[in-house]
Design a protein around this ligand. Structure first.
Ligand SMILES: Cc1cc2nc3c(=O)[nH]c(=O)nc-3n(C[C@H](O)[C@H](O)[C@H](O)COP(=O)(O)OP(=O)(O)OC[C@H]3O[C@@H](n4cnc5c(N)ncnc54)[C@H](O)[C@@H]3O)c2cc1C
Length: 394
């Protein structure tokens, strides 16, 4: 049986970030044929956070304006400081993978984690599938970074949860006049209940997608997306598409953050423990941030032959302090807006009319300070106080 210090299940942003910390001694098993493909996400995020995580500017498209729209109304938010970005997903994941490999980590594609066979006080034995054969790996720690599927965590708690988002996205050559304007589409004929997006990339392509929440609706995002694409909506917002270059689909947890991030020598990170912000399904930057935090703790733990349960306890405390309130609030809002009608969205858009673009950006990030909350409340007396309180994490 082979052995390693840390077995990482899943080569997405969470797993790859931990691998680059551990370096030699980390083995990543990734069930797909390569890192970063197929794409299962649309890559929207915020420049300030992505820069702070050290992702090079060559790996994203800057978005200066966000169009927030229903079928009937739209509001353009021209950001000043809170610029948005659309990540080159394949490029970003491969960048993280290259860093992990140059630190000495081993990344094995087409290898699927199957089961935990034994847990003792000093190690875990896992079974990995490699095509037709299986083999066992003995490791001090197992990281579940397998995303929505929770390949390892589901052995220690209730498995895959009911509430999730399911998205379909087509990527086209982008012939539009502007590549720095993104659109979030809510309500209406194509996306309700759910939302749509039009995200230009730094590769002269544009991603058009629709996501629906399960079990709130059984609508197929692919059918909704086809309706959107064949409507005159894209033309009406000056989005001109050429050839379709790829089609993507993905699933995202929408059950809110798990209460337990690990047990014994098993630690869950990223989507496997519900760490994608529920309102807009933004997860990538949180995965990298958590990967950095847990990775640094694990390096010490492995070096000193320490107790991984102390890593989980420290990491859970840090995450709860930093994010649990805003994630719980975002989950509350996600469930509320999932029931919105087109009229509700139109009313919502009117209420946002006087919100400053950068404050709106903070609302989308579920990260508004009491000062910003007060500023928004004064300018928008008809905005429900409950929503502001929730977004401020109160
Ligand atoms: C339609 C859609 C749109 C999204 N849009 C955005 C967005 O605009 N911005 C944003 O920040 N986030 C977005 N997200 C969320 C984001 O994609 C996730 O939060 C993020 O990818 C989670 O990263 P992760 O590393 O936890 O898991 P993943 O990225 O899911 O990576 C896990 C990997 O593990 C592999 N794996 C699974 N099971 C096993 C196994 N048994 N053995 C080995 N490998 C396994 C999977 O194949 C997968 O590649 C979106 C998600 C979806 C579905």
């Amino acid at each position: 049986m082979e052995s390693c210090s840390v077995l990482i299940v899943g080569g997405g942003p969470a797993g790859l970030t931990i691998a680059r910390w551990i370096g030699k001694g980390a083995v990543v098993v990734h069930q797909d044929a390569e890192i970063g493909l197929p794409v299962r996400t649309s890559g929207g995020s915020w420049k300030r956070h992505i820069d702070a995580l050290g992702i090079p500017a060559s790996l994203y498209q800057v978005i200066n304006t966000l169009r927030f729209a229903t079928d009937d109304e739209e509001r353009l938010f021209d950001f000043e400081r809170e610029t948005a970005v659309v990540l080159d997903i394949t490029g970003t994941y491969r960048y993280l993978a290259a860093q992990a490999e140059s630190a000495g980590a081993e990344i094995r594609c087409r290898q699927k984690f199957v089961s935990i066979d034994m847990e003792t006080a000093s190690h875990v034995i896992s079974t990995i599938e490699d095509g037709d054969r299986t083999y066992q790996v003995k490791s001090e720690v197992v990281i579940d970074a397998s995303g929505y599927w929770r390949a390892v965590m589901s052995h220690i708690d209730k498995g895959v949860y009911d509430r999730h988002g399911i998205g379909s996205e087509y990527e086209y050559e982008d012939l539009s006049p502007r590549s720095d304007i993104a659109t979030l589409l809510v309500g209406g004929r194509y996306t309700n209940p759910g939302y749509g997006w039009v995200f230009p990339t730094n590769k002269k392509t544009v991603r058009v997608g629709v996501g629906h929440a399960r079990p709130d609706t059984l609508l197929s995002p692919k059918i909704s997306l086809e309706k959107l694409i064949h409507s005159d909506y894209l033309q009406s917002i000056d989005v001109v598409t050429g050839e379709c270059v790829s089609k993507h689909g993905g699933v995202i947890p929408n059950w809110g953050p798990c209460t337990q991030f690990g047990r014994g020598r098993i630690i869950g990170v990223g989507d496997s423990v519900g760490q994608a912000l529920p309102t807009v399904g933004e997860g990538i930057r949180y995965c990298i941030e958590v990967g950095n935090y847990v990775g640094a703790l694990l390096v010490d733990c492995v070096r000193s032959n320490g107790n991984p349960e102390a890593v989980t306890a420290n990491y859970t405390k840090w995450w709860n302090k930093r994010y649990r309130r805003s994630f719980n609030a975002s989950q509350w809002l996600n469930e509320k807006i999932s029931a919105y009608t087109n009229d509700d969205w139109n009313r919502g858009l009117h209420r946002l009319a006087r919100v400053k673009p950068d404050d709106f950006a903070r609302m989308v990030q579920a990260d508004i300070s009491p000062t910003v909350a007060l500023r928004i409340a004064i300018a928008n007396r008809d905005l429900p106080g409950k929503i502001l309180k929730v977004l401020a994490g109160k």
